[in-house]
Design a protein around this ligand. Sequence first.
Ligand code: AMP
Length: 444
Amino acid sequence: MTFARLGLIDPLLAALATLDYKTPTPVQTQAIPAILAGRDLMAAAQTGTGKTAGFALPLLQSLATVGAPVASNSVRALVLVPTRELAEQVCESIRAYGQNLPLRTCAVYGGVSINPQMMKLRKGVDIVVATPGRLLDLHRQNAIKFGQLRILVLDEADRMLDLGFSRELDAVFAALPKRRQTLLFSATFSDAIRSMAGTILNDPLTIETSPRNTAARSVKQWAIPVDKKRKAELFSYLLKRRRWGQVLVFVKTRKGVEQLVAILQGQGVGADSIHGDKPQPARLRALERFKAGEVQILVATDVAARGLDIDDLPLVVNFDLPIVAEDYIHRIGRTGRAGATGEAVSLVCADEVTQLAAIETLTRQMLQRVEEGGFAPDHRVPLTNTAGQVLKKPKKPKKPKIAGTPGPAERKGGVATPQVRQGRSGARAGGRKSAPKTASRRSS
Ligand code: AMP
């Protein structure tokens, strides 16, 4: 399959050639002709599968070939995204794909001054990429009018609901023209998403290019059981011992993020952070420095888990497991993108066993556990199964009282090393990496 055979026009094909996109990805192969044909779409596509180009290319083509030029303070296509970072990233991608077309694209989101965004909208913008809250502010102030709007894209729709944007989304839907094409993209489809789709989509084509709620297969996943209080020590140890390069680390809380960054910086490791308490310019700067390789470790709350596209990121570490199991899929989707392989390592303590079981149920696979010598937890992590059950707490192996007495593993004919293995997927005995989680939230 080629992009030309999907019916894309020459200016887009030329842009794709400069970006070195040779073959459409599965979601692009299915979505592009359907969108060009004017269909509504409900697409379940894993992050990193090329879904941005999947909607942006036909959207650009449709705007370039049909309809009147955009009027002042108007917009012809709207892309709603959950976070500021994703807004910037999607806007950049659309500009790259549309580099040979006379269309204007801009991003609007909260946390920064509204005036420059109002100025940009004054002349009219063909494609606005927005977070819902700021978009409504702009609409209330008459800076943006929806009379000319023909296409609505909801990107990471499940994340928008997780972040509590449901009311804002309803207000946006109510303000938009009823006659429009609507495209809904989501990495995972909850019942809430399906019910929203039922009210805003018109006879949609459903695309599911990967099994529901499974993480990218190219990501090797494993877990290291460890006591909560030793997580930072273990992370520093693994960083040195396994000679990790760039790592994206997820931590549950903003405070936890800053604590880990301080520890790493104290050890002379280049580390920066992204979380909801940081002003937007500082967050973007941290991301740019990480992308440019100027800092080795980027520590983030889940605000960074969605949509960030970082080339060749080999490793994601869940320093804490996410509260919401779906976030696990989004976090580890930061690695193994566009066919590259990656690893995702989770540092799991006994308190997190319920979250672990929820993740294993959602992904339908057990996370292989690999203990790290010297870090075997005092509080053992109970065993789990993919039915989401926490099995009974394993007994801590007793230390032999008399030198030379075989330990429990040896008595059963197993190895005497304290490694616990579980599950069918994942890591080699030598193991490698992991990442933490989050709590922070909305963007506008
Ligand atoms: P996305 O899922 O849209 O975030 O895209 C993930 C990554 O894949 C981005 O770095 C894109 O530039 C890249 N990408 C998307 N489509 C293609 C393609 N057809 N060929 C090569 N790279 C692609």
